[in-house]
Design a protein around this ligand. Structure first.
Ligand SMILES: Cc1cc2nc3c(=O)[nH]c(=O)nc-3n(C[C@H](O)[C@H](O)[C@H](O)COP(=O)(O)O)c2cc1C
Length: 349
């Protein structure tokens, strides 16, 4: 078995295990609908021989966006735009997937190319909004969020279910929830962000309660035959935060609640968290997380093609590649023979 071997998850067969990692393009129109940029960007990568193309973090509700230029999946107009995106990805030969996001306290900031790359809050009078989070504790530089009430929780669960149903109607065949990098799901799990004293806070079992409801809400809007993945930190990389022992418990609970695969992406809950930079850093946690009984994928500094062979099958079941595929949409094809290129390009060789 190699990274080019097919992988079956529920009723979906992925043609290989090299996948595009979700990467925000901050290029949606003002209504959160995909634009021509998305068609060109994802179309090029789908023609690049990837088993799966994961569309960037797509918000389940307006106040769950990170920026005003994020994609959404709460309206009919957005749904129509995603249908077109799905067609373009399928034309290229990849399986279309989407990452759904609820940004929690990491919400309402500017796009990265404004403000010299510094993430800063956008105030409501400038078109921003007040973020919702488990506790009223801000992420550095961003607005103080409002602590979620149980009514907010009910609404977020409805948003998730509707977005999952919309993702299905758009034609996506795999759904991922962004449960890492300090988004709402991760904020509830981590004692560094969840300071609640009600049923949703306390020990790990209590902090897991709302995240598991989030997953069940997605499952109820997403068909049985289609796989559900959660992007999860392997640990918080900071004393007092989530440990690998905590996270294997979470991974097993996800497996019992309809999740087929976890996609490891660690850190970024707080600015002080450690940063992993060496090649395959998240994939190295793979063998540990496989003991939780779920399939495991990971992203993180896969920049040379030999890393793909090091990762599969030894460490993980699939590899998500980010920046290398921003630099070069044909990065994966370059390791394979001429035959694997689209036939429209064969005369190039
Ligand atoms: C421009 C950019 C946007 C990103 N947006 C997202 C996102 O929408 N969702 C997510 O889970 N991770 C996001 N990430 C993280 C990547 O998916 C990936 O996990 C990370 O870049 C590490 O993989 P790499 O070393 O192959 O780039 C983003 C990264 C970049 C560079």
């Amino acid at each position: 078995m190699t990274v080019w071997t097919r992988l079956r998850l529920r009723d979906v067969t992925l043609p290989n295990r090299v996948w595009l990692s979700p990467m925000c393009q901050y290029s949606a129109d003002a209504g959160g609908t995909p634009t021509d940029w998305h068609l060109a960007h994802y179309g090029a990568r789908a023609a690049g021989g990837l088993g799966l193309v994961m569309v960037e973090c797509t918000a389940v509700a307006p106040d769950m966006r990170t920026t005003a230029r994020d994609l959404g999946l709460w309206s009919e107009r957005q749904l129509a735009g995603h249908r077109r995106l799905v067609e373009v990805i399928e034309t290229g030969g990849s399986v279309p997937a989407v990452q759904l996001g609820a940004a929690g306290r990491k919400s309402s900031h500017g796009v990265p190319w404004d403000n010299a790359g510094t993430r800063s809050a956008i105030a409501p009078e400038d078109g921003g909004w007040q973020p919702l989070a488990p506790s009223a504790a801000p992420f550095a530089g961003l607005a103080v969020p409002r602590e979620m009430t149980s009514a907010d929780g009910t609404r977020v669960l409805e948003d998730l279910e509707r977005a999952a149903r919309n993702a299905h109607h758009a034609g996506y065949r795999l759904l991922e929830l962004h449960g890492a990098n300090g988004y709402l799901f991760h904020e509830f799990l981590s004692p560094l962000a969840n300071r609640r004293t009600d049923d949703w806070g306390g020990d790990l079992q209590a902090r897991m309660r709302f995240p598991l409801e989030m997953v069940r809400a997605l499952r109820s809007g997403w068909p049985e035959g289609k796989p559900l993945v959660v992007r999860l930190p392997a640990e918080d990389l900071l004393a007092g935060g989530l440990t690998t022992a905590d996270m294997t418990v979470v991974a097993a609970a996800l497996g019992s609640n309809g999740v087929d695969m976890i996609d490891l992406s660690s850190g970024a809950l707080v600015p002080e968290a450690g940063r992993l930079t060496e090649p395959l850093h998240n994939a190295r946690y793979g063998p540990l997380f496989r003991t939780a009984g779920v399939s495991v994928a990971a992203s993180g500094a896969v920049c040379e093609t030999r890393h793909l062979d090091e990762a599969v099958p030894e460490l993980v079941d699939a590899v998500l590649v980010g920046r290398a595929l921003l630099r070069d949409p044909y990065w994966a094809l370059r390791t394979r023979g001429t035959e694997s290129w689209p036939r429209q390009y064969h005369r190039a060789f």
